[in-house]
Design a protein. Structure first.
Length: 353
């Protein structure tokens, strides 16, 4: 009996396991990529951790330095901001005070057109003569008096210093006291600052400067308050238009020789017996004119020198004693009108007992 073999051929079928296997392979590839990237990151961290300690310290110090620079710059900016917003310091204004030392320094100054042998010296201080500027009845309670302090004018060298005393004799306050219109038109006056308020029974002293141009012509102006205006006038005395000068006896004779003829005015003076001494003569002359005494050799000869405030013209005064209380008074200057007026005032001063 012959045997037979039966062979079954079954069709091949791809199972889901193969497809899953391929998907697993894809997943394995993606996971491998992720693992590679993470491994690279870990490698960088490992490299940093594996770096030598010196490099790590250097990096840390660099970071700290940057932080400090940033903090410092911020601090500087903040300080600048504070300076910008902080108010600037202001100095409180100080009241101007004229010290005696300043006046003495000004008194020793020499004029630019004065020779080296003739210089301005200390003012001669005689009795202060006060003149009325405004009566309280006319001024409706406001009164004013003035005098010449014989001090250099601080406002302008060619001006004569004048001090005015203002007083309120009314029963109410006076406001805005000031100087208004003035004449002549070319008159140069440095006015005092406006007095805002002057209480009853109160007084105040103010300073002015007037350029009389070597003339005794009066300075006319208006003294005003808030409600009224009063016309007033300052009449200069010829002796107050001078300032004293210092020179030697030799320089006096030299300058006197240049001022002869029309520049010389003289007269005989009948002096009071009490005025014949050297001290009395000096007192009488200095009270009438702001001049300086020149040292003289002979006992019977007295010399004085000065200059006009406005133009600086030289004015020389000499007094020679004669017999029987008589004296020869001589004035040498190019200002002939002033010489005549000064001669008259000095004669009156020396004749008084």
């Amino acid at each position: 009996m012959r045997s037979c073999r039966i062979v079954f051929i079954l069709p091949l079928r791809f199972s889901d396991s193969d497809e899953n296997g391929n998907g697993a392979a894809a997943q394995d590839s993606s996971s491998s990529a992720q693992s590679s990237s993470s491994s690279e990151t870990d490698s960088e961290d490992d490299s940093d951790s594996d770096a030598p300690p010196a490099q790590q310290k250097k990096k840390q110090s660099d970071v700290k330095a940057k932080t400090k620079v940033e903090e410092k710059s911020k601090a500087e900016v903040s300080l600048l901001d504070l300076d910008d917003f902080s108010p600037a310091p202001t100095n409180a204004p100080k009241a101007a005070v004229i010290s005696p030392s300043l006046l003495s320094d000004l008194e020793g100054l020499s004029l630019s057109n004065v020779s080296s042998t003739v210089q301005v010296t200390t003012p001669s201080f005689g009795p202060v003569k006060t003149h009325e500027l405004l009566h309280h009845m006319t001024g409706k309670g406001l009164s004013a008096k003035y005098h010449f302090p014989r001090q250099p004018c601080l406002y302008q060298p060619s001006m004569v210093a004048v001090q005015v005393i203002l007083a309120n004799s009314s029963d109410h306050s006076l406001e805005e006291i000031h100087i208004g219109e003035r004449s002549p038109a070319g008159l140069s006056i440095h006015c005092f600052n406006t007095i805002e308020r002057l209480e009853p029974e109160a007084s105040v002293t103010v300073s002015m400067g007037i350029d009389f141009s070597d003339s005794t012509q009066a300075a006319n102006f208006q003294l005003c308050t808030k409600e009224d205006q009063f016309s007033v006038s300052i009449q200069p005395v010829v002796g107050e238009l001078l300032m004293p000068s210092s020179m030697s006896e030799q320089d006096f004779s030299k300058e006197q020789g240049k001022l002869l003829g029309m520049n010389e005015t003289s007269a005989t003076v009948a002096m009071a017996t009490a005025n014949t001494s050297s001290q009395a003569i000096s007192q009488r002359v200095l009270s009438a004119a702001n001049v300086g005494e020149v040292s003289s050799g002979p006992h019977d000869l007295h010399r004085f020198a000065g200059r006009t405030v406005s133009s600086g013209a030289l004015v020389l005064v000499s007094l020679e004693l004669k017999e029987a209380s008589a004296a020869l008074l001589t004035i040498n200057t190019e200002k002939s009108v002033m010489a005549s007026m000064l001669l008259r005032d000095l004669k009156q001063a020396l004749a008084l007992a």
